[in-house]
Design a protein around this ligand. Structure first.
Ligand SMILES: [Zn+2]
Length: 204
């Protein structure tokens, strides 16, 4: 039936063939545009409001290299998302995260350290180094454990131990005294660092 009808409408057949060919020609650019459109809608590019200092960048680079981290670690101070359709929602999420954890590793991309603007202004040189090193400690554990999440307290303890090569345990203890909550969990971390200080002193 189809052939009989089709033979009766040769123009229709040509039209169908030509439009099929046009589709093939036009489809790749259309798909490409769709991808661009998707990227501009879904862009998860983060921009920092304040530039990281050359000194901090060098410190990040040194630890990352020493720990053998393959992806480049970047710190974003007062971050916001590049303009995209979803950026207001993403910005809301990031502000919410930073209001709870002013220094955090980005759960969306663990190669990013995010820092809230006011805490960045408050940290002195050694505190900033503690914050950076501790965050990289978390990134290292995250990669080592293939993103598996275990007991939080364990992760904190391990992150601190990993970075003892790069920061003084007393600097981390001071950091906890100033910014940490007065909870038994934080006290356990301080106790561990005090033990590490003793080990370090005895080793010298
Ligand atoms: Zn931590």
């Amino acid at each position: 039936m189809w052939f009989k009808n089709a033979r009766g409408h040769p123009k229709l057949i040509y039209f169908l063939i030509i439009s099929a060919c046009l589709n093939l020609v036009l489809l790749p650019p259309a798909l490409w545009n769709m991808r661009n459109l998707k990227e501009s809608l879904m862009s998860d590019k983060i921009i920092a409001s304040i530039d990281t200092s050359a000194e901090d960048e060098e410190f990040i680079r040194k630890i990352s290299e020493d720990l053998g981290l393959k992806s480049k670690i970047t710190m974003f101070i007062d971050p916001y998302y590049e303009h995209s359709f979803f950026s207001p929602y993403l910005d809301y999420d990031i502000k919410k995260l930073l209001s709870e954890h002013p220094i955090a590793v980005d759960p969306k991309d663990p190669s990013r350290i995010l820092m809230e603007k006011s805490i960045y202004g408050e940290l002195n040189d050694s505190e900033r180094k503690v914050a950076i090193a501790h965050s990289i400690g978390h990134i290292y554990i995250f990669i080592r454990d293939n993103g598996m999440v275990g007991p939080r307290q364990d992760f904190e303890l391990q992150a601190n131990r990993i970075i003892l090569k790069y920061v003084n345990p007393n600097d981390i203890i001071n950091f906890y005294h100033k910014y940490g909550s007065h909870t038994p969990g934080v006290q356990t971390l301080i106790d561990d660092l005090e033990r590490q200080t003793l080990v370090r002193e005895q080793g010298q």
